[in-house]
Design a protein around this ligand. Structure first.
Ligand SMILES: Cc1cc2nc3c(=O)[nH]c(=O)nc-3n(C[C@H](O)[C@H](O)[C@H](O)COP(=O)(O)O)c2cc1C
Length: 284
């Protein structure tokens, strides 16, 4: 019997984004994880195959960052992905290691969603990375994905990188790959069921405080500032509810003070520059 895990009366939703340009080893590995999650029970797994979606290249116009995500000039499937992420409790991004990084297809998606780094919206959700590789470098890709997803607001379940040489595989090698994937699926399921929230590192607390105080000093029309204000982040400890120890709280306070000092300093410097220019133009 499959035991359904209820969360507010609903089965938990997982989204798998398959970020390879082909339905190959990464897709197979992700399918294996999907099967394991279904076997554990209580999850509804949805898929997005990135190569089958229309995601145009980011042209670096800054519109999403500075004016708002709805100002992106690219009209394509971007929001289908974002909506599915928002509906999900957990996200898996499955990628192959291409030249020590995620493939261009996936990197482009992250660039197109760069506004979420500025205005994180994935708090309360759990992320896991899945990497397949030929030889070396998967660990760094997992670190990269984890760091990016932390900026988006996700809590992290330790991901998995498997070495899958194409072609014939000895049964013991295949068994080892499957064991690693099964373990990762188990960790992810547990993190979801226990709603495990990642406690921010000292660096993350410091970055949040520097960013929020910087934004507090921005023009009132700034979309980032308005977003932070609407979330109550100018007075919160972090951008989601979490207990910080005394040391992190102290460092956070110091970062707020430092960022305010820097903002005041640049304001004074700008005023002095403007005053000097006005005086000089009067003399001329
Ligand atoms: C363009 C390209 C670059 C690759 N670069 C690396 C690499 O830097 N390190 C590595 O270990 N494997 C590398 N590989 C091997 C793939 O990561 C590996 O075969 C992966 O499982 C392929 O997944 P896929 O079938 O989803 O494409 C590369 C493969 C391709 C096609």
């Amino acid at each position: 019997m499959i035991v359904q895990i209820k969360k507010g009366g609903a089965v938990m939703k997982i989204l798998i984004i398959s970020g390879s340009p082909r339905k190959g080893e990464t897709h197979k590995a992700a399918q294996f994880v999907d099967e394991k999650l279904k076997k554990i029970g209580g999850f509804e797994v949805d898929w997005l195959i990135l190569k089958d979606l229309n995601i145009k290249p980011c042209i670096g116009c800054f519109a999403c960052l500075n004016k708002g995500e709805n100002k992106c000039p690219m009209k394509d499937d971007r929001d289908i992905i974002v909506d599915k992420m928002k509906q999900a409790d957990g996200l898996i991004i499955a990628v192959p290691n291409y030249s020590l990084q995620v493939p261009a297809l996936t990197k482009n998606l992250l660039d197109r969603l760069a506004y979420i780094f500025h205005r994180p919206s994935m708090q309360g959700k759990i992320f896991m990375g899945l990497v397949t590789q030929g030889v070396y470098g998967g660990g760094n890709i997992l670190k990269y994905l984890n760091e990016a997803m932390r900026f988006w607001g996700f809590s992290i379940s330790k991901g998995v990188s498997v070495t899958v040489v194409p072609g014939f595989r000895l049964p013991q090698v295949q068994k080892k790959i499957e064991a690693a994937l099964e373990k990762a699926a188990g960790r992810f399921a547990k993190a979801l069921k226990e709603k495990k929230v990642t406690v921010p590192s000292l660096k993350e607390v410091a970055i949040f405080r520097l960013a929020r105080t910087g934004m507090k000093n921005m023009d009132k029309t700034s979309v980032d500032r308005q977003y932070y204000e609407s979330k109550g982040w100018f007075t919160s400890k972090y951008y989601y509810d979490v207990r910080l120890g005394p040391f992190k709280s102290l460092v956070g306070w110091l970062m707020d003070r430092f960022a305010q000092h820097m903002a005041d300093k640049s304001k004074r410097e700008l005023e002095a520059y403007q005053h000097k220019n006005v005086t000089e133009s009067k003399v001329l």
